[in-house]
Design a binder for this molecule. Structure first.
Ligand code: AMP
Ligand code: TRP
Length: 317
């Protein structure tokens, strides 16, 4: 019996990097974990570092809940909820802030990237303490396994360190979670060859229309060496076996247009059913809201109990 927890930030449309890097594993673990509990969370307070417009926040958060259902997460098997609906997350994050040092948080890749991008002056305190809110998300539910993409590995280590530190200071309270990262996927590249990311404008949307798929694939950057177009191959191998592809790419050496057209067809076949299912779910927003309300109830019960234990451990009750 395992507890699975993961979160997705409502900062933009999900892309195939999110899917192959993490969301597909949500589905696999959900379906294998009959006797356990699975939590999939729309981490809206994490997104608040970037999304600072009420209407956009509402829309993007509901969108992620629809996306979860469209990929096959099942409210009968999983607790689907919004982070801001369970205030214990931010409450516990504060407690973690008090046992964590500034130099430790300065080691976080996400913080370093933010400093590299805009300078320290522009980094919000929320971005700086981001890993403590994520540690709270995970540790509140006595999570065993956290399915994520490779870029989140350090954050899971921070959650483990924080659990260990809390337990050392206040006594055994938190379980140590493990990251679940697929070796053969790791980081999905975007159409420019960098990491595919909602903030780089280099994505292939998970629910893209046929035209959007064509446009994105045609824009994949290739070099002109006549060798295998690695950026095209790297995306193609997510949806077709590598051995099959090696043959096709060898036979069509240097014929970038043909290879891209093949990728377009494969992506269309892969994306279409999910996009159609998403369209159906999006028609019934009352159902989606009901799923989030039920999720809130279930998650709150567990989080509240854990928080009582934490509050006793630290001596505020
Ligand atoms: P986010 O949208 O940043 O909340 O990411 C949701 C999940 O997708 C996280 O587990 C990320 O690690 C994963 N992810 C995001 N981008 C990529 C990528 N390019 N390749 C693999 N996994 C990714
Ligand atoms: N930091 C994660 C990301 O950027 C999102 C996230 C927040 C998360 N809380 C989490 C992932 C807890 C797993 C578990 O993708």
């Amino acid at each position: 019996m395992k507890t699975i927890f993961s979160g997705v930030k409502p900062t933009g449309r999900p892309h195939i990097g999110n899917y192959f890097g993490a969301m597909r594993q949500f589905l696999k673990l959900q379906n294998e974990n009959d006797s356990g509990v699975n939590y999939f969370c729309v981490v809206d307070y994490h997104a608040l570092n970037l999304v600072q417009n009420a209407e956009e926040m509402r829309r993007l958060s509901l969108d992620v809940a629809i996306d979860f259902l469209a990929i096959g997460l099942d409210p009968k098997k999983s607790v689907i909820f919004k982070q801001s609906d369970v205030s214990e997350h931010t409450e516990l994050a504060w407690i973690f802030d008090t046992i964590t040092t500034v130099p430790y948080l300065k080691r976080a890749h996400a913080y370093k990237d933010a400093v590299a991008k805009g300078g320290e002056e522009d980094v919000s305190a929320g971005t700086f303490t981001y890993p403590m809110l994520m540690a709270a998300d995970i540790l509140l539910y006595d999570t065993d396994i956290v399915p994520v993409g490779l870029d989140q590995k350090q954050h899971i280590e921070f959650a483990r360190d924080t659990a260990l530190k809390f337990n050392r200071i206040f006594g055994e309270t938190f379980k140590l979670p493990e990251a679940y990262i697929l070796e053969n996927v790791q980081t999905v590249p975007g159409i420019d060859g960098q990491k595919m990311s909602k903030s780089y404008n280099n994505t292939i949307s998970l629910f893209a229309s046929d035209e959007e798929i064509e446009k994105a694939v045609m824009a994949i950057v290739t070099d002109s060496s006549g060798e295998r177009p690695e950026n095209v191959f790297a995306i193609h191998k997510l949806i077709r076996s590598e051995s099959e592809l090696e043959k096709i790419y060898e036979e069509n050496k240097g014929k970038y247009k043909i290879l891209k057209e093949l990728l377009i067809e494969d992506l269309k076949t892969f994306i279409r059913p999910m996009r159609e299912r998403r369209g159906e779910i999006a028609k019934d927003l009352n159902f989606v809201k009901k799923v989030l309300d039920d999720g809130k109830e279930k998650a709150s019960g567990v989080a509240n109990k854990k928080m009582q234990q934490v509050k006793k451990s630290i001596g505020v009750i």
